[in-house]
Design a protein around this ligand. Structure first.
Ligand code: ASP
Length: 443
């Protein structure tokens, strides 16, 4: 058995947490690769190292003294170094980083990546594993996209040389060898590539919760734990707001079918959640409910005789030019609607609207900026003919107006649009209805 484990920032926030990590890794000699995040928050009021590093860069850029922030970062690492009795000389590396910031000789990505880098260097000494820099393993092109074949080749080579290794998450390098970051939370994705490149049997993702729950515990009290979720279900749930794993974590693993197990560093013996290609033997109709507030719906009314497809393509091209991802495109005979996340359009809003207004054949553009999306996800819904009507009746019974309905063609997810003020209520009533509903035949 060959396992890759990833530990998130909260699992590295204090020396006590580091000891738990060591116990976990040493309790199983199959745990060959350990991927680590930067030091995270020890409690709600604490700061994440990654956030501090971004702030340091911005402070320096605007000529504000960054040294107290850098001292705070250094202090976090030195406290853990001291409490664990490590010897590694991180002090002089931090001095060098300070000089490079003052000389404007470090990119934002490189500075921010140092959180993961120092965690990994210290963890390697603590576990007596080899340190292997992800700069040597994870290859990006100049558009910031992973170059998978080269990445897998580099990982394969590293695995043949290092029996046990610690690797920093969250970054890799461009072809010119400069550092490039994944998006926030990206150490999960580093773990996936490590698992794929090493042809691992299992990717264990350790965090501060025991896997996935059927709904957000901040909205629903004690939601049901999910023991198994399929790659497809998880992708929708994560994309729609379930934040335990980065939404891209499963992408490298789909074709090789390496399972992920999400586990809790504080209670490693708990079952956690298995993420597999196919989740089998489950009885519940609905696996999970997630969602997000803050969407904008732009509705386009067409001239009756205008070319339907041309108008739609012209509109979508505007979003493409401005790099704004489109969430959903409900259409009717003479109108169609484009749904986007409000915070992704905000800065470009006026330019986008101006361009959209020049498109021929569109007679009116209406806006609805009070939109939240809720996703009901369950592989077992495929086998129940009245699953959508059951979902919709929950909204009718609770007097919640539905603004949008979208059932994926593969029938395992239904996305509904409601006003932001109805978001929490929608999640709660859906949970109450489906928490325990089971299907007759189990697959
Ligand atoms: N430290 C990075 C972040 O906070 C990456 C990670 O933890 O996965 O986003």
């Amino acid at each position: 058995m060959y396992k890759v484990c990833k530990f998130g920032g909260s699992s590295l926030s204090t020396a006590e947490e580091w000891k738990k990590v060591k116990d976990i890794v040493e309790s199983d000699e199959d745990r060959h690769i350990v991927v680590v995040s930067a030091i995270g928050k020890a409690d709600k009021k604490d700061d994440k190292v990654t956030d501090l590093l971004y702030l340091i860069y911005q402070h320096h850029k605007y000529h504000v003294d960054f040294t107290p922030l850098l001292e705070a970062v250094i202090d976090k690492y030195l406290t853990i170094k001291k409490e664990l009795g490590l010897n590694i000389d991180i002090e002089s590396e931090f001095d060098e980083i300070k000089e490079r910031i003052l000389d404007n000789d470090i990119s934002e990505d490189e500075l921010v990546s140092r959180g993961e880098y120092f965690s990994a260097k210290m963890m390697a000494e603590y576990l007596s594993f080899d340190f292997v820099d992800s700069k040597e393993l994870i290859n990006f092109d100049y558009n910031g996209k992973i170059v998978e074949p080269e990445t897998l080749e580099c990982i394969e080579r590293a695995v043949s040389v290092h029996e046990y290794m610690v690797v920093p998450g969250f970054y890799g390098s461009y072809p010119n060898y400069r550092i490039c970051l994944f998006s926030r939370g990206g150490s999960d994705v580093t773990g996936s590539y490590m698992a794929k490149g090493a042809e691992a049997d299992l990717y264990e993702n350790f965090t501060d919760v025991s896997g996935f729950y059927m709904a957000d515990p901040r909205i629903v009290d004690n939601p049901r734990h999910i023991a198994q979720v399929s790659y497809d279900e998880l992708r929708v749930l994560s994309y729609m707001g379930a934040s335990v794993l980065h939404e891209e974590t499963i992408l490298p693993l789909i074709d090789v079918e390496i399972p992920i197990r999400v586990l809790n560093t504080n209670c490693p013996d708990e079952e956690g959640t298995w993420v597999k290609k196919k989740a089998r033997g489950r009885k519940h109709l609905v696996t999970g409910i997630s969602g997000k507030k803050g969407y904008l719906a732009l509705s386009f009314v067409r001239e009756k005789k205008a070319d339907k497809l041309a108008a739609l393509l012209d509109v979508l091209n505007v979003f493409k030019e401005y790099h704004v991802p489109v969430e959903n495109i409900p259409t009717s005979i003479d109108a169609f609607c484009v749904i986007v996340e409000k915070n992704l359009i905000e800065e470009k809003y006026y330019d986008i609207i101006a361009d959209l207004k020049t498109i021929p054949g569109i007679t009116r553009i209406d806006e609805d900026e009070d939109l939240a999306l809720v996703a009901v996800v369950g592989g077992n819904m495929v086998r129940k003919t009245n699953a959508p009507s059951e979902v919709l009746s929950v909204f009718g019974d609770n007097d919640i107006n539905i603004k949008l309905i979208d059932q994926g063609i593969d029938e395992y997810s239904i996305v509904l649009g409601v006003s932001n003020s109805n978001f929490d209520k929608s999640i709660r009533v859906l949970y109450e209805k489906f928490a325990h509903e089971k299907v007759a035949e189990v697959r």
